[in-house]
Design a protein around this ligand. Sequence first.
Ligand SMILES: [Zn+2]
Length: 102
Amino acid sequence: MNANEQYFYGPLLWIGISLGIIFAILFYIPYPLSIILAIASFILLNFYFRKKVIQRVNTKFGNVSHYSSSSLSYSCINCGTAHNEFACPKCGSKMKRADFKF
Ligand SMILES: [Zn+2]
């Protein structure tokens, strides 16, 4: 299983597991209590599932920002000259801002 397949099947697996748990609760536990437990476990599983998804998204965006760092350039705050030097070659200012190229 490669990373893309894992990314696709991971959420489906979690939906399957949560539905399984909820159906088990509805089946084995008598009515009023089963509804409460089912909702509670649904919320808890969703919470856990979302946390996992957010972690994945962060990892993805982390990779994206890593790749885009090559297209990141700096320009002098003082005179606006685009440069990647430590100090501006034109005016010698060490103040520079990052320009993102998308
Ligand atoms: Zn400058």
